[in-house]
Design a protein. Structure first.
Ligand SMILES: *Cc1c(COP(=O)(O)O)cnc(C)c1O
Length: 469
């Protein structure tokens, strides 16, 4: 399986190199040269399989022969063996023909574990084989960071630096990252940037675009721009569809969306051959994706902090992957749009490009009042089921009547309610409890450094820690 850049000016790469590189050298994102397919019979044949079995089968398609079967099998089994629920991504019925898929049973209580637990093990395998060491730098609005740290901590061949926007993540999110002690995991470094998540993401992109720096520290990324993050996420679209009658019945998904990685994985599952009726892009007040789907104009705006901080994003990096397909895989067109975005903060999608995807995607914006209302409503309608604010954005979008009511509607539940106890308590009067393995989080010591939103300062810091380690 060969991967190409959306911007067309980087060499094609195999899965291992895509895994280690993250972003392509031309600033583009890697996508498969052609979509691998499963036939309807092959998908039907997976009914009743365990999550790990489906994960192995789907990942095999995208990994190709880069990793041998036994090793991939072990990676997948170990990754999902660490989940607290043996179904890994169980479905919970919340109303007529309406489900949430709980993706938060991994170590950090957020859906990012589903991919990250695989990613950490893939790194181990490939770096060991190549006898290499890498430096992972990531930007997080909350959940990516803790999931990445949890996947990388203590691994011998990778150091990890996670930048989070100072004061803009929830306390649980911050503590999950910063309470990892240097004695337990000397390869973990937390940085609080004085800025927004988009500032952190811009710093990260600049580091990747600085080729000498990138080579000097063997820089790699774990943000959802890394293709190896997308693949494991395509798996749960398949397991959900199978559970609800697929592939002989179409299923719709509502996806609380930030960087467009999770929902793009749904699109990948569709390209692979899974019958999906619709993918609903659920945005909070940071609604650039809803606006682009409704007006064709992709225009940056200031980030508004919300109670669903993992979606407080204006630049949805993975959207570039969809643009690539929308423009018939024309990398010159994508490069033109991205140049315009850099120069002017906006671009406009052609009507023809948008028309190609409107039967797949719908978008809905859910404001703060509607988010709270939905947490309360689901709680009352189900006799006490608690959802977190991100999930609530998804459920509210799912209920906008965008899809026929006879189509099963699955909202991806991306975080455990106990990660956002204030909002949940405000909406329901009930304070959700952290699972047992996380008790004591608020008593532990925190370890992080505060740095200004300044590329030079951050690079110097990373150099110092890598060199001094
Ligand atoms: C990361 C995250 C999202 C957004 O996912 P993307 O892949 O960035 O679109 C939604 N909810 C939670 C809880 C998250 O951690």
């Amino acid at each position: 399986m060969e991967y190409i850049s959306t911007r067309g000016q980087a060499d094609g790469q195999g899965f291992e190199d895509v895994l280690l590189a993250g972003l392509a050298r031309d600033g583009g994102l890697y996508v498969p040269e052609a979509w691998p397919r499963l036939s309807t019979d092959e998908i039907r044949g997976m009914r009743g399989w365990s999550y790990a079995d489906v994960a192995y089968r789907v990942m095999r398609l995208f990994v190709g022969d880069a990793i041998d079967s036994d090793a991939l099998r072990t990676i997948v089994d170990d990754a999902y063996g660490a989940f607290r629920h043996q179904s890994v991504a169980p479905l919970v019925e919340i109303g007529p023909n309406a489900w949430v898929m709980e993706l938060f049973h991994g170590p950090t209580l957020a859906f990012k574990d589903v991919a990250m637990q695989v990613l950490g093990r893939l790194y181990d395998h490939v770096l060991e084989k190549r006898d290499q060491h890498i430096t992972i730098v990531g930007a997080t609005s909350g959940d990516t960071g803790s999931a990445a740290i949890e996947a990388i901590r203590g691994r011998k061949r990778a150091s990890i630096f996670i930048m989070h926007p100072k004061g803009r993540t929830s306390e649980v999110q911050r503590r999950q990252m910063t309470t990892v002690s240097p004695e337990d995991a000397p390869n973990v470094h937390n940085i609080a940037i004085e800025g927004t998540f988009d500032d952190c993401q811009a710093l990260l992109k600049s580091m990747f675009n600085d080729a000498p720096f990138r080579d000097e520290i063997s820089l790699s990324g774990v943000n959802s721009i890394n293709w190896a993050r997308i693949v494991p996420q395509a798996v749960y679209y398949v397991t959900a569809a199978l559970a609800l009658g697929g592939p002989d019945r179409k299923v719709a998904f509502s996806v609380p969306t930030g960087n467009f990685g999770d929902i793009f994985a749904g699109y990948v599952a569709m390209q692979m051959g899974l019958p999906i009726e619709r993918l609903i892009i659920a945005s909070n007040s940071n609604d650039i994706l809803t606006r682009v789907m409704q007006t064709r104009e992709h225009k940056l705006d200031a980030v508004v902090p919300t109670m669903s901080p993992s979606m407080d994003i204006q630049v949805s990096s993975n959207f570039e992957r969809l643009l690539f397909d929308m423009y018939g895989r024309d990398s010159d067109a994508v490069r033109g749009l991205m140049d315009a975005l850099n120069a002017t903060g906006r671009f406009e999608i052609s009507q023809a490009a948008l028309d190609g995807v409107t039967d797949v995607f719908n978008a809905a914006r859910v404001d703060e009042a509607q988010t709270l209302e939905m947490i309360g409503q689901v709680y009352r309608e189900t006799g006490g089921y608690l959802i977190d604010p991100h999930t609530a954005v998804g459920v509210a979008a799912a209920r906008r009547g965008l899809v026929d009511s006879d189509v099963p509607m699955v909202t991806l539940s991306t975080a455990h309610p106990a990660k956002f106890p204030e909002a949940v308590e405000q909406a329901t009067g009930v304070r959700p409890k952290l699972p047992a393995h996380m008790e004591g989080l608020f008593e532990r010591e925190e370890y992080y450094d505060v740095l200004p939103n300044d590329l030079g300062v951050v690079q110097e810091y990373v150099r110092g820690k890598v060199g001094g380690a």
